[in-house]
Design a protein around this ligand. Structure first.
Ligand SMILES: [Cu+2]
Length: 175
């Protein structure tokens, strides 16, 4: 099932426009740690385009165990989600969730390489052991080219060892 929300009417509205922190900044999550089982505000930071080509779409894959996903609409971008069946049922405040959002896409916008922007969604993180790393593979499409932030480090390696690592968050102890 695909749901479409058009935020394009406000296309002329203000888009966040800040200088990129670093020319080498990848697409990453702002908060790198969060408690297991907590509701997490995922802020995907897009630091550059593909070479100097502007970003036109961002697609995020939601890993199994991350539930109750709600993306934030963005003026100037079309928001779509894909929903699917979970591999198992998950407890969500006493409710059993068996399906939900498995993919989020913001498309149809244009983010120049010279600018910086953020794409946001909310989700409940899995109740797994401290130190578990949750990866959110992201495909960043540009007018020309694509970045596939989908590399998941092998044991003993770090995201820095890879060219296009998947954004990730590491689970910490419950508060
Ligand atoms: Cu980069």
């Amino acid at each position: 099932m695909i749901r479409e929300t058009r935020g394009a009417i406000l296309a002329a509205a203000v888009l966040a426009c800040l200088p990129a922190a670093s020319a080498l900044a990848h697409t990453t999550l702002e908060a790198k740690q969060a408690p297991a089982g907590s509701t997490y505000k995922a802020v995907l930071r897009v630091g550059h385009g593909c070479g100097d080509s502007p970003t036109t779409a961002l697609r995020v894959q939601i890993p199994e165990g991350v539930v109750a996903v709600k993306p934030m609409p963005k003026p100037g971008w079309t928001l779509t989600t894909k929903e699917g069946q979970y591999a198992q049922a998950y407890d969500y405040y006493g409710e059993k969730l068996t399906k939900g959002v498995t993919e989020i896409a913001w498309t149809g916008g244009s983010l120049p390489d010279a600018h910086y922007d953020e794409f946001v969604f909310r989700a409940k993180l899995p109740d797994q052991p401290v130190g578990t790393v949750i990866h959110f593979p992201v495909v960043q499409e540009c007018e020309k080219g694509v970045h596939r932030w989908i590399e998941i480090p092998e044991p003993g390696k770090s995201p820095d060892d890879y060219k296009e690592p998947a954004p990730s968050v590491t689970l910490t102890a419950k508060p």
